[in-house]
Design a protein around this ligand. Structure first.
Ligand SMILES: Nc1ncnc2c1ncn2[C@@H]1O[C@H](COP(=O)(O)OP(=O)(O)OP(=O)(O)O)[C@@H](O)[C@H]1O
Ligand SMILES: [Mg+2]
Length: 523
C-alpha cells in the first residue's frame, strides 16, 4: 500500500515568512508578455519601437525635425544588436542610469500631454529583456550640446531592487553635435512582413511625414524614408485633468496633496475649465465653504464634492492639446505607400472620454494595386505610433467591423472587415491613450472612442460609395456604347441601300452616327 506523505499545513506565521514585497522589475521580468516581449520576433520589434518612439518624442519636445537611424545587426544564432540614434536634445548625465536602468521612471506619466510614450517603462524594459536573454548591458551615448562632451554609459537593471547598476561611465568623442544613441543586444528573430520592424518603420513614415528615417536591416539593406513635410506638427499643449474624468480615490489623493489652501483655489488650480464661478457653484452644491481648507476635507465631504462636480455643467476640455496629422497629410502618407485610385481622409472634431480629450482621424485608399481578393487592411495608429499586434482586441478593429460597408457598395460578411482592394487607416490622438495593456498594442473599447471612429469611417465610406457608384455608372455606359458602336456600320449599310447612297456618303453617315453616339449625354 502506498504510504501517505504527511501534508505540511501552513500557518499564518509560516506564511508570513514568505510574504515580501515584489519589485516592479521582478514582476515584469516574469510577465514580459505584458510588455510585448512574448516571442523573439515581437521582441525585436518592441525593442526598436520603444527606442524610436522615445527618439521621436524627444525631438518633437525640443522642436527639432527628427532624423532617426536604426541599425540591426545579427550577432549570433537568434541574437541581434539593435542600435537607434537620434538628433534630439540628448539626456543629462545624471538622468541616464535611471531612465535606462529603472522601470517606471520617465517624464511623461504625470503630465497630460499627447506623446508616444506615457508609462515610463518602455526603454528600460527593452534593456531588461536584453540583459535577461543575453547578459549584455545596455549601452547609451548621449550629448546635450556641441559645447559639451558626450557621455557613454553601460547600464544594467538590478531587477530585485528595480535600480540601475552602472557598469561603465566615461566621456567620449563622437561625430554628432547633439542626440542620443541606444544599443541593446537581445535574443530575437528577424522576419519581414507587416508585423515586423520593416512594417513598423514603413507605417511610422505614413503617420509622421515630418520624420526622416534611415534603416539598415540585418541583411545589410539600406531603407530610407525622406521626410515629406518640412514643418513640425504643432506642439501639443499640456493640460490639467478635466474634473469629469477624475475618480473619487484620485480626488481624495489630490485634496490631501494640494498646495492650494482653499477649496476654491484647489478646484481652479488643479483642474482645467474650472473658473471661480464654476468652483463657487460646485462648493454650493456640495454644501462646503469655498474657503475651507482643501487638505482637511473629510471622506464624506469628498463624496459630496465628487457628486457636485459631476452634477455641475463644466465646459469640455480644450482641444488644442491633441494635434491631428491633418487630412491632406494623411492622404499624402497613404499615397506614398499605396498606389491606389481613390484616397479620402477625415479628421473629426475633438471629443472626450473619461475627461480626456481625444481626436480621431481616418484615411482610406481604394483600388489600384492593392489586392482586391482579400479583406480590407486596417492600419491602426495611436499618437502617430503604428499598432501592429492584438488587432481584434482593439477599438479600431471593432469600429471597422461594426460599420456597415455594404451601404457604400462593398461586400461584407457579418462581423468581418469588408472585402476589396481597400486600406483603412485610423489614428487615435489623445493626451492619454487608453491601451488594454502595458505593451501598448490595442486601444480599450470606450463607447465615446468607438462612436467617433465609426463616424470617421462612415464619412470616408460615404465618399467612397459615391466614387464607386460613379465608377459603376461609367462602366455600364461604356459597355452600352461599345455595343451600339458595333451596330453603327450595319445601320449605315442598310440606310445606304434604302437611300441608294454612294460609298463616300455611307462613310460620312457612319462618322456622323459615331459622333452623335460620342456626344450623347448618356454615354
Ligand atoms: N532618446 C531620448 N532622448 C531624450 N530623452 C529620452 C530619450 N529616451 C528616453 N528619454 C527620456 O526617458 C524617459 C523614459 O523613457 P521610457 O521609454 O522608459 O518611458 P516613456 O517614454 O516616458 O513611456 P513609455 O513606457 O510609454 O515608453 C522618457 O520619458 C524621456 O524623458
Ligand atoms: Mg518610451
Amino acid at each position: 500500500m502506498a504510504q501517505k506523505t504527511a501534508q505540511v499545513r501552513e500557518t499564518a506565521e509560516t506564511l508570513a515568512k514568505k510574504q515580501r514585497e515584489i519589485s516592479v522589475s521582478e514582476f515584469f521580468a516574469k510577465n514580459r508578455h505584458l510588455l510585448g516581449f512574448d516571442n523573439p520576433k515581437k521582441a525585436l520589434l518592441t525593442a526598436v519601437k520603444e527606442a524610436v518612439d522615445n527618439s521621436l518624442d524627444a525631438c518633437e519636445e525640443a522642436g527639432i525635425l527628427p532624423e532617426v537611424e536604426i541599425i540591426i545587426g545579427n550577432t549570433g544564432v537568434d541574437r541581434f544588436l539593435v542600435s537607434v540614434k537620434d538628433n534630439g536634445p540628448g539626456i543629462v548625465k545624471a538622468q541616464i542610469p535611471n531612465i535606462f536602468g529603472k522601470l517606471l521612471y520617465g517624464s511623461k506619466f504625470h503630465s497630460l500631454r499627447m506623446a508616444r510614450g506615457q508609462q515610463g517603462i518602455g526603454i528600460s524594459a527593452a534593456g531588461m529583456y536584453g540583459l535577461l536573454t543575453t547578459g549584455k548591458s545596455m549601452k547609451i551615448i548621449s550629448r546635450t550640446s556641441p559645447r559639451r562632451p558626450a557621455h557613454y554609459y553601460e547600464v544594467q537593471i538590478d531587477t530585485r531592487k528595480n535600480r540601475p547598476e552602472i557598469i561603465k561611465d566615461a566621456e567620449m568623442e563622437v561625430d554628432f553635435a547633439q542626440g542620443t544613441l541606444v544599443e541593446i543586444e537581445l535574443e530575437a528573430r528577424y522576419q519581414r512582413g507587416r508585423q515586423s520592424v520593416d512594417g513598423y518603420l514603413a507605417q511610422t513614415a505614413i503617420a509622421n511625414p515630418h520624420v526622416t528615417i534611415r534603416y539598415i536591416n540585418p541583411d545589410g539593406e539600406v531603407i530610407e524614408y525622406e521626410r515629406a513635410a518640412d514643418v513640425m506638427p504643432d506642439r501639443p499643449k499640456l493640460i490639467k485633468p478635466h474634473p469629469y474624468g477624475v475618480e473619487l480615490g484620485v480626488l481624495i489623493k489630490m485634496l490631501k496633496e494640494s498646495k492650494n489652501r482653499t477649496l476654491s483655489a484647489f478646484l481652479t488650480g488643479e483642474f482645467s475649465r474650472v473658473t471661480p464661478r464654476v468652483a463657487a457653484e460646485i462648493c454650493e452644491r456640495a454644501e462646503l465653504s469655498e474657503k475651507s481648507n482643501s487638505t482637511r476635507i473629510a471622506r464624506e465631504e469628498a463624496d459630496k464634492l465628487y457628486a457636485a462636480i459631476n452634477a455641475t455643467k463644466i465646459m469640455s476640455p480644450p482641444s488644442d492639446c491633441v494635434i491631428p496629422i491633418g487630412e491632406e497629410l494623411v492622404k499624402k502618407g497613404l499615397a506614398q505607400v499605396f498606389e491606389a485610385e481613390f484616397y479620402e481622409a477625415c479628421t473629426r472634431p475633438p471629443a472626450v472620454y473619461r475627461g480626456n480629450p481625444f481626436r480621431i482621424e481616418c484615411g482610406i485608399a481604394y483600388g489600384g494595386r492593392v489586392d482586391g481578393e482579400e479583406l480590407a487592411t486596417v492600419l491602426r495608429f495611436a499618437n502617430r505610433v503604428p499598432l501592429l499586434y492584438q488587432q481584434s482586441a482593439c477599438a479600431i478593429h471593432k469600429a471597422a467591423v461594426t460599420t456597415n460597408w455594404r451601404s457604400y457598395g462593398l461586400q461584407q460578411s457579418k462581423g468581418a472587415l469588408p472585402h476589396g482592394p481597400l486600406t483603412i487607416m485610423v489614428h487615435v490622438a489623445s493626451v492619454w491613450v487608453p491601451f488594454t495593456s502595458e505593451s501598448k498594442e490595442a486601444i480599450a473599447h470606450y463607447p465615446e472612442i468607438l462612436k467617433e471612429i465609426r463616424l470617421a469611417l462612415q464619412e470616408c465610406g460615404r465618399k467612397l460609395g459615391r466614387h464607386l457608384r460613379r465608377q459603376r455608372r461609367d462602366a455600364e455606359a461604356n459597355t452600352k456604347r461599345i455595343y451600339i458602336e458595333r451596330y453603327i456600320p450595319h445601320i449605315s449599310e442598310s440606310l445606304a441601300e434604302i437611300l441608294a447612297l454612294k460609298q463616300k456618303e455611307t462613310d460620312a453617315l457612319t462618322d456622323l452616327l459615331k459622333d452623335i453616339l460620342r456626344n450623347s449625354r448618356k454615354f
